[in-house]
Design a protein around this ligand. Structure first.
Ligand code: CA2
Length: 145
């Protein structure tokens, strides 16, 4: 099974600022942790981060036929990007949304996700562990098909 993890804007800054919200580990730590996790589950994992909406959209489009599942943390695009929402809706690959922090406990503008309604599910507030759970959910769904 081939899986793709997409991280959106500013997630390349993990571990550098705001450790109380996002922890002290870096994006590189996260991706290394997920590679180990994928290896244990005999999955092939690709990780990609971008600060650019269009690049994330291109990755979603190109995933069709190349991946069986996608985990996405769209960063702040979560709250307003109809373009990313439409890109998720335009592909048949299942997409799980993840947020490191509990967006519902934070500022009002973070309570809304325009992307969650077109995702299989949403995991929030569990730190990096949320990405592992999202991968596991995709794996289980694929096995059950
Ligand atoms: O909790 C999450 O995973 C978020 O998707 C992270 C986004 C934020 O805009 C969403 O509302 C929730 C922010 C990405 C990381 O931003 C950083 C800011 C300072 C230091 C490190 C990362």
């Amino acid at each position: 099974m081939r899986l793709l993890v997409l991280n959106g804007p500013n997630l390349n800054r993990l571990g550098l600022r705001e450790p109380a919200v996002y922890g002290s580990q870096t994006l590189q730590d996260l991706e290394a942790q997920l590679q180990v996790f994928a290896g244990k589950h005999s999955c092939e994992l690709t990780c990609f981060q971008s600060n650019h909406e269009g690049e994330l959209i291109d990755q979603l489009h190109d995933a069709e036929g190349s991946y069986e599942g996608i985990v996405i943390n769209p960063g702040a695009f979560t709250h307003y990007s109809y373009a990313i929402r439409d890109a998720i809706a335009s592909i048949s690959v299942p997409v799980m949304e993840v947020h490191i922090s509990n967006i519902h406990k934070r500022e009002e503008f973070r309570h809304t996700s325009v992307t969650a309604p077109v995702a299989v599910g949403q995991i929030v507030g569990l730190g990096f562990y949320g990405y592992e759970l999202a991968l596991l959910a995709l794996l289980n769904q694929y096995k059950g098909e």
